[in-house]
Design a protein around this ligand. Structure first.
Ligand SMILES: Cc1ncc(COP(=O)(O)O)c(C=O)c1O
Length: 403
């Protein structure tokens, strides 16, 4: 393209200037001076791991999500593994989950030697469809693992009703949904166990980290043991009690979250509400702007849900576009907008195809969603200018490819 034909509206992918000079990622942590000071204080203390900060973080977290207990883990994945174990999942049994998730949700079932059974998602929220769950229940089903996709709570009332009718345990993967509410109740206080992640793109971060919230004291006790080799007391409890004796009572792992990062988690929790407010503001700005772009379908919010907006996944109306998702994705990236895709449905990953014989076509709603999804930048540290840049880039790219 010659220089004379390059205007402000020429896409960067076609040689024009990008909407912004620097790359805007789809997610990013916010760490402030108080966070850093809290971590440094622990580094100067006696306890680097399994000290007082663990209990303090867990207590603050349990209060915030409205659960009786919260048990920390070294990652959301470790927390899922623990929840799957505590639910009693074992070889020969099944757990029903969604294909529209990160692989860890289904992998935790495999860690237990059990089989993940997928049920397709709803067309609006891309959350697991309770009617599809019902169809997948067998005598081997032990648990249901809904995911709060993008931070929008799954349909917890019908899912819990199905679970109670069939004697199943509900492990809610709320790794996207810290701070979300469902029918006025806090995510973390509803399912039998609710799992969270503190990866840097999440609502709060500890670098790596996770939590299981539960109202069941027996579950909480077993979760604590599972993360500490299956041992019945931790090092600090023994030191405080002046005892050396301990017993390993089940097969556990070292999935502990150190005091160093629990201090970070305690600080970050103080900003959770402000982070949620900002994410909701950004979502509202996007949704308003995209009313004008007919090829873009913004995420749905159901009446009973107050989402936490971990992601802002749009779907493309491909009939109204001359380009496919890959071309649009590349065009937005060229504008320096760090778009992403969440998710390749789990059953389509090579490991799942090879192990379980999936060929594609089994879960049409999830698969159709996948071909049209793009996650736009969404993090609480985004400035108004960042948000406007995303909207300008979307307007530019979509109008160029409009049919
Ligand atoms: C839905 C979902 N489940 C589980 C996980 C795993 O969490 P972690 O990265 O903390 O292990 C993630 C991580 O992004 C996730 O998005």
């Amino acid at each position: 393209m010659s220089a004379t034909t390059v205007s402000a509206q020429t896409l960067a992918i076609h040689g024009g200037s990008p909407v912004r000079a620097s790359f805007l990622p789809y997610g990013r942590q916010s760490v402030d001076e108080a966070d850093i000071a809290a971590v440094v204080e622990v580094l100067r203390s006696d306890w680097l791991t399994t000290g007082p900060k663990v209990a303090e973080f867990e207590e603050a977290f349990a209060v915030r999500v409205g659960a009786a207990h919260a048990v920390s883990f070294s990652s959301g994945t470790a927390a899922l593994h623990a929840a799957a174990s505590v639910a009693g999942l074992k070889a020969g049994e099944e757990a029903i989950t969604t294909p529209m998730t990160f692989a860890a949700t289904a992998n935790c079932v495999l860690y237990q030697g059990a089989t993940p059974v997928f049920a397709d998602v709803r067309g609006d929220t891309l959350n697991i469809d309770p009617e599809q769950i019902e169809k997948k229940i067998s005598p081997r089903t032990k648990a249901i693992l809904p995911v709060d996709y993008a931070g929008h709570p799954a349909e917890l009332a019908p899912i819990l009703e199905i679970a109670r009718r069939h004697g199943l345990i509900v492990i809610e993967d709320a790794c996207h949904a810290l701070g979300a509410e469902y029918s006025g109740r806090r995510v973390g206080s509803i399912a039998d166990m609710t799992v969270f992640s503190f990866h840097p793109v999440k609502h709060i971060t500890t670098g790596e980290g996770g939590m299981v919230a539960t109202n069941d004291p027996q579950f909480a006790e077993t979760l604590r043991r599972f993360r500490n080799h299956g041992i019945s007391s931790d090092a600090r409890q023994r030191q405080t009690a002046g005892q050396w004796h301990y017993e390993m009572v089940l097969l556990g792992f070292n999935y502990r979250l150190p005091d160093i990062v629990c201090a970070l988690g305690i600080q970050q929790m103080k900003r959770l509400d402000a982070n949620l407010v900002r994410r909701r503001e950004i979502a509202a700005l996007y949704t308003k702007a995209f009313q004008e772009i007919f090829s873009v379908i913004p995420p749905t919010v159901r009446a009973e849900a107050s989402p936490a907006w971990h992601l802002y996944p749009i779907r493309l109306d491909l009939k109204k576009l001359t380009a496919d998702r890959t071309q649009i994705f590349r065009a937005l990236r060229a504008e320096n907008i760090g778009v992403n895709v969440h998710y390749i449905p789990v059953h389509l990953h090579p490991y799942y195809r090879e192990r379980f014989g999936y060929k594609g076509g089994e879960f049409p709603m999830a698969e159709d969603g996948y071909t049209r999804l793009i996650s736009l930048p969404m993090f609480h540290g985004m400035s108004d200018q960042d948000v406007q840049d995303v909207i300008r880039a979307m307007t530019k790219v979509m109008s160029c490819f409009a049919r």
